[in-house]
Design a protein around this ligand. Sequence first.
Ligand code: AMP
Length: 173
Amino acid sequence: MDLVSCIRNVPDFPKKGIGFKDITTLVGNGPALQQSIRLLKQKYNDQKIDAVIGIESRGFIFAAVLAHEWGIGMIPVRKPGKLPYKKISETYELEYGTDTLEMHEDAVSAGQKVLIVDDLLATGGTAKATAHLVERLGAKVAGFGFVVELDFLRGRDNLSTYRVESLVHYDSE
Ligand code: AMP
């Protein structure tokens, strides 16, 4: 199955010039969802992963199913103010302004090896901030798993010290 054909491109969303890669059409298609999980699993089957981190909110979908496949836990990294318990946070630069992500301080422990999953890699700022949260708690990032990678934004360069695996690549908006 061709995963690209299951992803809807929405031009000029959320603002002019952005080609939004809408994965709701992929996750709404049983065989396409199954294939994306199978492929992500294959990429990291050579490693012993202790937990899968999902980035709010579309990352939760893939991270939870993948964690379930391996029989390990899924850990949410969330936008500010959503997590109820003690947490650590990481602020990172956007094109205009900053954004913040949070994780419970007991979500991972020192020495654990985790896989970070999101629907899409753009500039890599979100992914890198998530890696910093994990590392501040003493855990190790085994790598990143993305369904979509926007190659032209060079997010991979921002994550050059990590293993990065993506299922589908776009070389323009
Ligand atoms: P970045 O930090 O620039 O790598 O942005 C990645 C985050 O923004 C991911 O959580 C994506 O869901 C979202 N995102 C960025 N650009 C797009 C896009 N063109 N289509 C869909 N989601 C996007």
